[in-house]
Ligand binder design. Structure first.
Ligand SMILES: [Zn+2]
Length: 166
């Protein structure tokens, strides 16, 4: 069982495939980093979207996505792209890792984060989805932003991805 992150419209951008366990680590470290770095509500929205890929709630192997599915801002796409690349760097710098109750396999994880960064760099905003119901399939767009008091991760509609163990 695995999850696939794709960029279907991208030319020569290979998909990122991760085992369910590695996906959980990947989503957790990106959620921690995004929650720590977010300064605007739109950046918090991106943090929630990442955290909502929560396998404990939505099922093992069911949280893969396409780069087009992220809630990109069409008008501030370059800022979103730069934010996500900072988030990936922060994840590699272990920002928030004190809230994990395990030690990730860094070699596997960092390979995946590097691969994801390449995909984010390659992404072109004209491929972003515009229909909100497709961007937010897991319970809709957040209306407010709350941090888990234990993990300092923004909650998605079904709670905290770290508390849930997803
Ligand atoms: Zn939590």
């Amino acid at each position: 069982m695995a999850n696939l992150i794709t960029y279907r419209e991208g030319v020569n951008v290979p998909p990122l495939q991760m085992s369910n366990g590695l996906t959980s680590v990947f989503v957790s470290v990106l959620s921690l980093a995004a929650s720590a770095l977010a300064e605007t509500d739109h950046q918090r929205e991106l943090a929630v979207w990442i955290a909502s890929r929560d396998q404990a709630v939505y099922g093992l192997g069911l949280v893969g996505f396409d780069l087009a599915d992220l809630p990109w801002s069409k008008s501030k796409f370059a800022e979103d792209q730069a934010f996500l690349l900072r988030v990936i760097e922060a994840a590699k710098a272990k920002v928030g890792w004190e809230h994990l109750d395990y030690s990730p396999n860094e070699a596997w994880l960092f390979d995946c984060l590097d691969h994801f960064a390449e995909m984010v760099r390659a992404f072109s905003v004209e491929h972003a989805l515009v229909e909100e119901e497709r961007i937010w399939p897991f319970g809709g767009k957040p209306e407010s932003f709350r941090l888990c008091t234990e993990h300092h991760v923004y909650l998605h509609n079904m709670g905290c991805v770290l508390c849930n163990g997803g």
